[in-house]
Design a protein around this ligand. Structure first.
Ligand code: ISE
Length: 334
């Protein structure tokens, strides 16, 4: 096979952004079909990108011109679509989270194992961000010694009305949970959550401050603040016994203008993580074409992130530290 024909389910903010990338700039990928519950929205994008618009998600998955599927529809549909792709024997990348419910995630894992080959990747794109990749490399090289702390900041400029205090843990902070597992290379053992007052800009939800402890004892603190106004800002610093390594904030240039000295802060994650999304697709396609392994999140990683989310939600509700359930990783997932 010299190219992978992709069908995208869900053409909202993320789906349309991804579809445009897959239509033009990813070597070996060809976008062939789009589907959305809003048929007019899918058709408009399909016309723009000159691809097929399909009415039902099931038909897109079964379509003979679709070799692999990208799921960007609402979280509640992820599991059913992932299972349908596995049943069709087609590789599927599912935007995070893997599923809405734990039992659904378990069903995906069972189905993938029964299929006997890795078909599922979860869109935790930060694993492909050059900054995170270098942090991980620095840690594994041993140069900063054993990790003691991982400080994470996740700030959005503004957020939609549907984002509630618990979704800030389950959805926003989910990226941080996966990043912590990825960077530290181990499981998370416990979670504690403290919430400050709600911002006057979003009185209906509370920002969250989450403290995790990894299995070997590293402490991870996460500020998840989705109404920070000034821009989209993701920071991370790993503190080791001998030194620290952190993401560099902002773009490579700084602007001095009108009495101010500073850098531009991106408005949202699409600009901040543009490279990560591109590299994620490039490696996915390469692995589908050549069998090359890639560092993308597996269904197992998606499931593990869900266990951390469950513990953090319990910790928030109970106001105490909660242990993350530990489960044995099947040999299938390496
Ligand atoms: C959003 O829900 C996402 O999924 C993005 O990937 C993330 O970076 C952003 O901060 C979230 O609000």
């Amino acid at each position: 096979m010299s190219e992978i024909r992709i069908g995208v389910i869900g053409t909202g903010v993320m789906g349309s952004d991804h579809a445009r990338k897959l239509a033009g700039s990813i070597p070996g990928a060809r976008l062939t079909a789009l589907q959305d519950f809003d048929a007019a929205r899918a058709s408009a994008l399909a016309r723009e990108l000159d691809v097929l618009a399909v009415t039902r998600a099931e038909d897109l998955i079964a379509h003979p011109e679709v070799d692999a599927v990208l799921v960007c529809s609402p979280d509640s549909s992820h599991a059913a679509l992932g299972l349908a792709a596995i049943a069709a024997g087609k590789p599927v990348m599912i935007e995070k989270p893997l599923a809405a419910e734990r039992t659904e995630a378990e069903a995906i894992i069972r189905a993938e194992m029964a299929a006997g080959r890795r078909l599922v990747q979860v869109g935790y794109m930060r694993r492909f961000d050059p900054g995170y990749a270098e942090m991980k490399q620095t840690l594994t090289s041993g140069r900063i010694g054993a990790p003691l702390f991982l400080h994470c900041r996740h700030r959005n400029a503004i957020s939609p009305d549907y984002l509630t205090s618990d979704l800030i843990i389950a959805s926003t902070a989910g990226h941080e949970f996966d990043a912590a597992r990825f960077l530290l290379g181990e499981e998370i053992a416990s979670a504690t959550v403290i919430s400050p007052r709600a911002s006057r800009h979003a009185p209906e939800r509370q920002p969250q401050f989450i403290v995790l402890q990894s299995a070997s004892g590293t402490v991870v603190d996460i500020e998840a603040f989705t109404d920070a106004r000034y821009g989209y800002d993701v920071q991370a610093e790993l503190v080791g016994e001998d030194g620290t390594v952190s993401l560099r904030p902002g773009p490579p240039t700084a602007l001095r203008l009108a009495g101010q000295d500073g850098t531009i802060v991106p408005a949202d994650w699409r600009a901040r993580f543009a490279d990560a999304y591109r590299i994620q697709f490039e490696r996915w396609i390469l692995s589908l074409l050549t069998g090359a392994p890639n560092e993308g999140a597996t269904a197992w990683d998606g499931f593990m992130a869900m266990l951390v989310i469950d513990a953090a939600l319990d910790a928030w509700r109970a106001g105490t530290r909660v242990a993350v359930e530990q489960v044995d990783r099947p040999g299938f997932y390496g």
